[in-house]
Design a protein. Sequence first.
Length: 162
Amino acid sequence: MESLIERTMYAARWLLAPVYLGLSLALLLLGIKFFEELLHVFPIILTMSEADLVLVILSLVDLALVGGLLVMVMFSGYENFVSQLELSESSEKLDWLGKMDSTSLKNKVAASIVAISSIHLLQIFMDAQNVNNDKILWYVILHMTFVASAFAMGYLDKITRH
């Protein structure tokens, strides 16, 4: 009986496979949104202010960072929790595949969230005249919470490895 339960629990990891496949579809949606944003800029590029252009570029950078985060979670999560990716020798293999354990994935996700939050905060500061000061304060507090959390996770990881 114990063996059956253990085999069933171990096989249940495959329930995560559709989740990681769903992340690849989310990546497709993100790509569509990226190019939609880019296409909206072209007709008005000559009439846009420099600040508005910088805000659009920051939005594109933000989308690219989220896309990179999706790829990282999708591949390393699949490899850590479902099954090892078996790519042919002739195909390109990302250098970090197979080297990122769940702790390093967690730290990379935290760092990515801080980077994404930084971009968003910069967008808020660039448009500060149109944003309520209380709202700016809450954005800063939220960002600093992300920074402190990422730092604490990295520090705890360092302590536990020694």
